[in-house]
Design a binder for this molecule. Structure first.
Ligand code: FAD
Length: 397
């Protein structure tokens, strides 16, 4: 039999993973007076949250109304957080999102119109802008002479590690505990089958509920907790790398005022940083990152990224900029069908898993919804389309 001391300390819920989802879930539970302990193997924001673009939006989610609605609800929570705590504390910047096409490209114009029409039908703020207004909003951008733009004023950006640090601070202020450099290494279950404790190298934490928010490591955590491999299928996650370049602090003050994206097929996107630089990424370059030999730094890809951005922003046309910039590759946890997976493991009673792409946009909302489910025992309506059992025939109750 285990001694009483081996079982200490006790938590209502143990959260495993100190990325944005983990701290958001922990905060939402602490707000509901659950005693929470969050375990992070390395340090807070060591995973995707530490290397993310941080675009908060529902603008790019226009193929599926249910998913758009989830993201739009996520944005409403950010508006609430901003009103309560202020942008500075959250590490957030506003100004909306501005994308443009060359008006001579009829296919691009058609899809821009479609996107704006759909966003407006779905009550998400979006408007069509012509060249004069585009230039007023972003005077430094070299727009094509026939440019047409989409402006989504509600979109925001955030320095995710600052936000995660803020959420962690709220958890601590509500009596929750955050343990860094303390991985979960096993899960122990009662004879009856329910979760009894999360095991760490520093001892066991007795708890009846654990929430796994390990990002790309979620499948490994699920395998550790599950007694049936079927749970592995429910929480399958692809790893999708993404290159981000940040120009040095103070290098681009006032260069752009908001998130900007030339819709020219490159997938290039830029935003200001809190430190007075710009952050850049490009979907077209990300698609080729998998070809990078292991251990090789993506210097050439970073130079290519800055070079393609310089076509739109002359100030970035500086050959020495790559060497002075911060270059990082983050790895996105992307569920098999691209949509969030939130819910209980079928074969590990008391254990929940949460994973999503667009996790920065969705974390505060998913945190609240999962806390509601844990508190009430009922799955909130907004989560119903995103249950893990959609991937297999058997339902989880
Ligand atoms: C390049 C890039 C651009 C992106 N752009 C956007 C964007 O513009 N907007 C947006 O909304 N989203 C964006 N995303 C996605 C977003 O960043 C992720 O969805 C989000 O950060 C995932 O957060 P998470 O908490 O699930 O995972 P993570 O941040 O990866 O956190 C998981 C944590 O779990 C820890 N862990 C793992 N195993 C254990 C263990 N056994 N014990 C304890 N801890 C453990 C890890 O150390 C890690 O810190 C982007 C991602 C990337 C990579």
């Amino acid at each position: 039999m285990r001694s009483e001391s081996a079982m200490k300390p006790l938590a209502d819920v143990v959260i495993v993973g100190g990325g944005i989802l983990g701290v958001a879930v922990a905060w939402a539970l602490a707000e509901r007076r659950f005693k929470v302990v969050l375990l992070e193997e390395k340090s807070l924001s060591a995973g995707a949250t530490g290397c993310t673009f941080g675009w908060l939006n529902a603008t790019s989610k226009t193929t599926d109304w249910t998913y758009h609605r989830l993201n739009a609800r996520g944005m409403e929570i950010y508006i609430e957080l901003e009103a309560r705590w202020g942008c500075e504390a959250l590490g957030m910047g506003g100004g909306g999102y501005l994308a443009w096409v060359n008006g001579d490209d009829s296919n691009a114009v058609d899809s821009l119109y479609d996107q704006i029409r759909r966003l407006q039908q779905w009550d998400y703020p979006a408007e069509l802008l012509e060249l004069d207004t585009l230039r007023l909003l972003e005077p430094q951008v070299r727009f094509p002479s026939a440019a047409l733009g989409l402006f989504a004023p509600a979109d925001r950006w955030v320095e995710a590690p600052v936000l995660a640090g803020f959420f962690a601070g709220r958890v601590r202020s509500l009596g929750g505990e955050i343990r860094e450099r303390c991985p979960a290494v096993a899960f122990r279950f009662e004879d009856a089958g329910h979760l009894a404790a999360v095991v760490t190298p520093q001892g066991e934490i007795a708890t009846a509920i654990a929430v796994l928010t390990g990002g790309i490591h979620l499948p490994a955590l699920v395998r550790m907790a599950a007694r049936d491999p079927i749970d592995g299928e429910r929480f399958a996650v692809r790893r999708v790398p993404g290159l981000l370049v940040q120009t040095p602090p103070g290098s681009a003050i006032g260069l752009i005022e908001r998130l900007v994206e030339p819709l020219d097929g490159s997938g290039l996107h830029l935003r200001p940083t809190l430190a007075g630089g710009v952050m850049l990424g490009a979907d077209g370059i990300d698609e080729r990152l998998g070809d990078l030999p292991p251990g090789e730094e993506p210097q050439a890809q970073a130079a290519e990224l800055l070079h393609s951005a310089a076509r739109h922003l002359k100030a970035l046309d500086d050959p020495g900029l790559t060497a002075r910039s911060k270059i990082g590759v983050g790895v996105r946890p992307v569920p098999a069908d691209g949509f969030p997976i939130v819910g209980p493991l079928a074969s590990a009673p008391g254990v929940y898993g949460v994973v999503t792409h667009s996790g920065i946009t969705l974390a505060p909302l998913l945190g609240r919804l999962l806390a509601e489910e844990i508190a009430t025992g009922r799955c909130p309506d907004l989560l119903k389309p995103y249950r893990p059992d959609r991937f297999v025939g058997a339902a989880v109750h």
